[in-house]
Design a protein around this ligand. Structure first.
Ligand code: ATP
Ligand code: MG
Length: 564
């Protein structure tokens, strides 16, 4: 079958966008591109509200850090895209300065998860051939030990803020030491250079295996920032055309997700800066602080993940915490219509649907489809496709499937990564004929896209396909279930068949029994989707830093439990 005949799905209203031919820092700082005024407060610390940074101050900080990195450590001295600097920190006001400072120096910003162990951090430092680490004060110990494990001297660890304990040099200190010289941000306009550049390594969440170093270029990050904000502006324009008045909304978002993930990088370091918004940094996430700050700081834009929406939907105490929120959205993991509606009822208290949904991967610089506010649908769809993104749905042999069938989603777009850092084999495996294979199974209903589950996670029951996510979503709706994850266990008497097994966190000890849980599913799902592998009750589920259930850990656990 020739590709020309195959269905390629695109944004219907605007298939492509003319992307600005500039580097990321020009897009964010240059007033002709970035929308923020010089005096807009871009960052504020929640616990210390007087600690703020506006655009002009940030630029100065960035250029001083860049100067310090170049002159004290030689970052970028041998040309751009070579020197990888690993950063590990909770979200805080110095992180954007460090990110942009590294890029301005010509270095590569590699973002390690704040929950990394010494071994995990050391692995990323080694893969990245990183000579320098930058850390926040909570991560001094893990950074210093990882540096040692990689044979790097303590002087290769810089602190985002000063602290006496490990006697590390602070980033601030290192820039003060070289006076207030600045290395001005360089403007890059050559399309090829923008496309082939490497400015960030993001580590995938490690949901299916070890995290992979996803390489992102100027073009990737500029495109994601530009295309997503364009969709927001188009929504606004459409409202104006309809004669609706736009509420004068201040863009204030709460930095509660890890900055090492594309959700944090995009949500706090790119989008708000481009769109003149403020990020209130809450450092380490806690549920109570999140609720407190949402109200206290009158947060208007709230992007979060399904595990947090699940808790919101089940919490009687959240009512007026979201009263200033005008736009919310979910991403990074599946969220179906039931959870959409339950969360919407809590957030919007009767208002129109206000929760959007994005689907994307680290490898696609984040969102490639986006259900924006205004078009919000409550069926759990992730449509529409963003402009400049092309999708296909294929079977195991890369034949396109028809619109009423499920298939793996492939993507082609300037948003797609150039590949995995220092891992040509993984890069080769991830592409087919220039299309990036997302590993996610999609389906279409009424012209809208839905994500079924990951291809690798789908279970087979006597040849029939079972998506663990579907059973999980159903379990979430049980009033006495706080959280649940479903994995397959091999059937002992039928090779090739998996039995779904649920790990359930009850709302209170013994609030629900195995029989109750099984019956909840039996009453609502087809016979082949039943919990034949049983139900195990646990106090909590293993999750990674962005709140995704680690089904692989549960699978190992299930294997042990089932062989007893
Ligand atoms: P790893 O690749 O290391 O196993 P990961 O795939 O979880 O980890 P990310 O790049 O953070 O790492 O996540 C991308 C994945 O998250 C997608 O492939 C998809 O499975 C899931 N995902 C993201 N958004 C959605 C969504 N709206 N609905 C369902 N799944 C989603
Ligand atoms: Mg992945």
């Amino acid at each position: 079958k020739s590709l020309a005949m195959s269905p390629i799905y695109r944004n219907e209203k605007q298939p492509t966008v003319d992307l600005p031919s500039v580097d990321l820092l020009t897009l964010l700082f240059d007033s002709e591109h970035g929308l923020a005024q010089d005096d807009t407060t871009l960052h504020q610390e929640a616990a210390n509200p007087s600690n703020t940074v506006n655009k002009r101050q940030l630029r100065e900080l960035v250029e001083r850090i860049a100067h310090g990195l170049r002159h004290n450590y030689g970052v970028g001295a041998n040309g751009p895209n070579k020197d990888v600097i690993t950063v590990i920190s909770y979200g805080q006001i110095m992180v954007p300065a460090a990110f942009q400072g590294v890029v301005a120096a010509g270095g590569v910003y590699s973002a390690a998860s704040p929950s990394s162990t010494v071994a995990e951090l050391a692995r990323q430092v080694k893969i990245g051939n990183s000579r320098l680490l930058i850390c926040g004060q909570e991560h001094e110990e893990v950074a210093a030990k990882a540096a040692k494990e990689c044979g790097l001297p303590l002087t290769s660890v810089l602190l985002l803020e000063s602290s006496p304990k490990w006697k590390l040099r602070s980033l601030d200190g290192s820039i003060d030491a070289i006076s207030s010289s600045r290395l001005p941000c360089q403007r890059i306009t050559d399309r090829k250079a923008l496309k082939n550049s490497l400015i960030t390594i993001l580590w995938s969440s490690g949901t299916t295996g070890l995290p992979k170093g996803v390489m992102l270029s100027h073009e990737n990050l500029v495109a994601e920032t530009y295309i997503t904000s364009l969709s927001g502006r188009q929504w606004a324009l459409a409202e104006v055309e309809k004669g609706n008045e736009l509420p004068a909304v201040t863009y204030r978002t709460l930095g509660h997700l890890p900055i090492s993930h594309i959700a944090g990088l995009f949500g706090y370091l790119l989008a708000p800066m481009y769109s003149a918004g403020t990020v209130v940094w809450m450092r380490k996430y806690s549920w109570d602080d999140m609720l407190k700050y949402l109200k206290q700081y009158e947060i208007t834009i709230f992007y979060t993940v399904p595990s947090i929406f699940l808790r919101i939907s089940k919490s009687p105490e959240v009512t007026d915490h979201f009263k200033h929120v005008v736009g919310a959205s979910t991403g990074a993991a599946p969220m179906d219509g039931d959870l959409m509606q339950a969360s919407n009822a809590k957030l919007g208290s009767g208002k129109d649907p206000m929760i959007g949904q994005t689907w994307g991967l680290s490898e696609t610089t984040g969102a490639i489809t986006m259900m924006p506010k205004g078009q919000s649908d409550v069926t759990g769809s992730v449509s529409p496709i963003l402009p400049s993104v092309e999708l296909r749905m294929v079977d195991d042999d890369f034949n396109d499937v028809s619109a009423d069938q499920e298939g793996e989603l492939l993507v082609r777009s300037p948003l797609v990564t150039n590949g995995y850092y220092n891992n040509p084999q993984a890069t080769k495996d991830a592409f087919h004929d220039g299309w990036f294979c997302t590993g996610d199974i999609g389906r279409m209903r009424n012209g809208l896209f839905y994500i079924v589950d990951r291809k690798k996670e789908l279970l087979k029951y006597k040849g029939l396909q079972v998506a663990p996510a579907e059973i999980e979503n159903l379990l979430f709706t049980h009033p006495q279930i706080k959280e649940a994850a479903v994995v397959g266990v091999p059937s002992p008497d039928d090779p090739g068949t998996d039995w779904p097994r649920a790990y359930v966190v009850p709302s209170a000890p013994n609030a629900v029994s195995e029989t109750d849980v099984k019956k909840w599913v039996a009453d609502r799902l087809a016979p082949y989707k039943q919990l034949r592998g049983g139900v195990a009750f646990v106090d909590e589920l293993p999750k990674n830093a962005i709140g995704k259930f680690l089904r692989r850990e549960l699978r190992d656990r299930a294997k042990k439990e089932m062989s007893i």
